[in-house]
Ligand binder design. Structure first.
Ligand SMILES: [Mg+2]
Length: 262
């Protein structure tokens, strides 16, 4: 039924021919919000890097390590975290014009993130305007809840919040789950062409579902794609992405031509 389809697949509301899925930290932003908070108001860069190392060797799960990072910053009230990030994290300077172009050309943008929804929403509202974010973007990510049932205000109280995961996967958020709702559609059901942009290891699961994947130059995802033989197109900033997406949508090239170019 149309109504349940709209709930399952919000990005299909305008019957788009293309959907742009993207990671947030390090892809749309120039720095990683969670790393910044851990390094500056949490247990610090050294311990964070040690934690990342033990995840890579398989000693610890990503979920446990990331939860510990977030627990180390949770003495700072959540609203204060967002204010600090507004001052210290920058948006890819080419993202705003891409965002506007997508809006004018019926290409919905869906953010798939292993970060926290209120941080992403807070920063994007700061950069793009609250109304634009509510109206023109969908955010699927991990979230936060009140740490204890007795917390008065989880946004304002020190120690008032804690991280909660989106699903049971080893990354806390399996990005392929959301994309698969669209990629499994048949042509008769209006399956859209799926773009994806990312920079890290957690983007790899999404890569398998995308028709065209953009991987940020010099970052982990490029190395993983090379190792796993996943095709990708490198980008330095959203100017590179915009050029290719616009050429495809406006008929000057095809997804196949771009994928096979490498
Ligand atoms: Mg990232």
């Amino acid at each position: 039924m149309a109504s349940s389809a709209a709930v399952d697949r919000p990005a299909m509301a305008t019957n788009p021919r293309y959907i742009f899925f993207t990671d947030f930290d390090g892809t749309i932003t120039l720095q990683d919000t969670n790393d910044w908070m851990t390094d500056h108001i949490g247990f610090g860069a050294e311990k964070r890097k040690g934690g990342n190392g033990s995840v890579l060797t398989g000693e610890r799960s990503f979920c446990d390590s990331f939860q510990e990072m977030m627990d180390s910053i949770n003495n700072t009230p959540y609203e204060e975290c967002i204010e600090l990030l507004k001052k210290n994290i920058a948006l890819d300077p080419k993202f705003v014009s891409f965002f506007d172009w997508c809006d004018s050309n019926n290409v919905p943008i869906v953010i798939l993130s292993g970060g926290m929804e209120p941080v992403i929403h807070g920063l994007l509202s700061h950069w793009l305007g609250e109304d634009n974010v509510r109206r023109r973007l969908q955010i699927v990510s991990n979230n936060v809840v009140a740490r204890e049932p007795g917390v008065k205000d989880m946004w304002k109280d020190a120690g008032g919040w804690r991280l909660t995961y989106h699903d049971e996967s080893s990354f806390g958020h399996d990005k392929s789950i959301e994309i698969r709702k669209y990629s499994k559609l048949t042509e008769a059901e209006g399956r859209p062409v799926i773009f994806y942009a990312g920079d890290g290891v957690s983007d790899l699961s999404a890569a398998h579902e995308a028709d065209l994947m953009f991987a940020k130059a010099g970052k982990d995802l490029v190395a993983f794609c090379d190792r796993e033989n996943v095709p990708y197109t490198e980008f330095n900033d959203f100017g590179d992405i915009a050029k290719i997406v616009e050429d495809i949508v406006e008929g000057r090239t095809t997804v196949e031509a771009v994928v096979n170019k490498k």
